[in-house]
Design a protein around this ligand. Structure first.
Ligand SMILES: NC(=O)c1ccc[n+]([C@@H]2O[C@H](COP(=O)([O-])OP(=O)(O)OC[C@H]3O[C@@H](n4cnc5c(N)ncnc54)[C@H](O)[C@@H]3O)[C@@H](O)[C@H]2O)c1
Ligand SMILES: [Zn+2]
Ligand SMILES: [Zn+2]
Length: 392
């Protein structure tokens, strides 16, 4: 089959690789009909997530048709149309039972790999996202093996198009969890979102759905800001305005009640902190450039929440912890517990409350994907979200 493969830092290619096979009785094989490139894939492209190996198949936002099931799979049958959460969860361990699916104890055989680096184990398995996260083949391919097939895949029985439900596998629940984590008081709270990429867009719309009185989105890419503005958000271009002053002015001096960092480890910025991050990251002294997180902490109102869907990779230097402590901020973060939010969000799509296709700017084949990884990373050609058809 054809698949998108990691070939080293800054190198992604299309290769012909063996088709996946069932390895365990609880597996299914899915023929992929639509898949997408995520901002998290850019951290792999740029070489900031350790434990990638040449030949690893990328991709964790995908959906398709079940073509084979293991003998212990009860809920799925051949022919079912499914969306598949990007995290792999057993559904039976203590974290899974409590709804913390991305912290599954049983889906990541390599969870100890992270111990040497962080001093703590990593979370559950992820499709196409390094050996530290289980070494599972990803879904930017024609077929994929799906472990715990009775737990992850979610059947789509309505006639919604792939593009309308595809983002339920990652970026929509990710934005939604980021907003849920803010415990927004409807009609009162102001929410600021750093980053107007796909995750920022869904965070902002989710904050609106959850009743935020006002949502402010910060970025520097004009078409991404325009997309947020079209949804009724106030926007701030951090290259044209001092973002900390602008946020204070927009909130009567108190700062946003909650701030979502939908940027993560590859933030851009200016000032001495940003220069230090860049230098440390280029020397591999640090994994993370944290300008957005710094701004989130500095701008957030007293007693507010800093919600972090943006991915971080390692030990962070020069984090304004004193400011966070003085203001009594709450930090919420992590990989999304996708399974938990799927039914509710599918209902919202079916009910016409949101149409996730607004974010798509590029549609292409797998052969075009290596070029589009760069277009998406460099924010060229108005690119916000790429959807791939593996059979085109
Ligand atoms: N927690 C999860 O489960 C989960 C799931 C999906 C994605 N993510 C993460 O969410 C983050 C965003 O993903 P995406 O797909 O939207 O990526 P993206 O790269 O398309 O978007 C990031 C945006 O942040 C902007 N940005 C950079 N520095 C900034 C700054 N200092 N202030 C404000 N904006 C700034 C960029 O211009 C860009 O528009 C990534 O870190 C990704 O890994 C996490
Ligand atoms: Zn993702
Ligand atoms: Zn589990």
């Amino acid at each position: 089959m054809k698949a998108i493969v990691w070939q080293g830092t800054n190198k992604v290619g299309v290769e012909t690789v063996p088709d996946p096979t069932l390895l365990l009785p609880t597996d299914a094989i899915v023929k992929i009909t639509s898949t997408a490139i995520c901002g998290s894939d850019l951290h792999l492209l740029d070489g900031f997530i350790p434990s990638m190996e040449k030949g690893d198949i990328l991709g964790h936002e995908f959906m398709g048709e079940v073509v084979e099931v293991g003998r212990d799979v009860k809920k799925l049958k051949v022919g079912d149309r499914v969306i598949v959460p990007f995290n792999i969860a057993c559904g039976a361990c203590d974290p899974c039972k409590r709804g913390f699916f991305s912290a599954c104890d049983n889906s990541n055989p390599n969870h100890r790999m992270a111990e040497a680096m962080y001093g703590a184990v990593s979370g559950g398995g992820l499709f196409g996202y390094s050996h530290m996260y289980g070494g599972y083949a990803g879904g930017q391919a024609q077929y994929v093996r799906v472990p715990f097939a009775d737990v992850g895949p979610f059947k789509i029985e309505s006639d919604l198009k792939d593009e309308q439900v595809l983002f339920l596998t990652d970026i929509f629940p990710t934005g939604y969890q980021a907003a849920m984590n803010c415990d927004i008081v409807p009609g009162r709270d102001v929410v600021a979102v750093f980053g107007a990429g796909p995750v920022g867009q869904f965070s902002a719309r989710s904050a609106q759905m959850l009743g935020a009185a006002h949502v402010i989105v910060i970025d520097r890419v004009p078409e991404r800001l325009a997309m947020a503005q079209a949804a009724g958000c106030q926007v701030i271009n951090y290259e044209q305005e001092d973002v900390l002053i602008a946020l204070r002015e927009a909130t009567g001096g108190r700062g946003p009640d909650h701030v979502i960092d939908a940027v993560g480890m590859e933030a851009h910025g200016h000032g001495p902190g940003s220069a230090l991050d860049k230098m440390q990251q280029s020397l591999r002294l640090s994994f993370d450039r944290i300008t957005a997180l710094r701004w989130a902490i500095l701008s957030c109102a007293k007693g507010g929440t800093v919600s972090m869907p943006g991915v971080y990779g390692g030990l962070i230097d020069k984090l304004p912890m004193g400011a966070a402590f003085a203001k009594g901020l709450v930090f919420r973060m992590g990989q999304t517990h996708t399974h938990k939010y799927l039914p509710d969000l599918l209902g919202r799509i079916e009910g016409g409350q949101i149409d996730p296709t607004f974010v798509i700017t590029h549609r292409a084949s797998l052969d075009q994907a290596p070029e589009l990884y760069k277009t998406f990373r460099d924010k060229h050609d108005g690119c916000v979200k790429v959807v791939l058809n593996p059979w085109a």
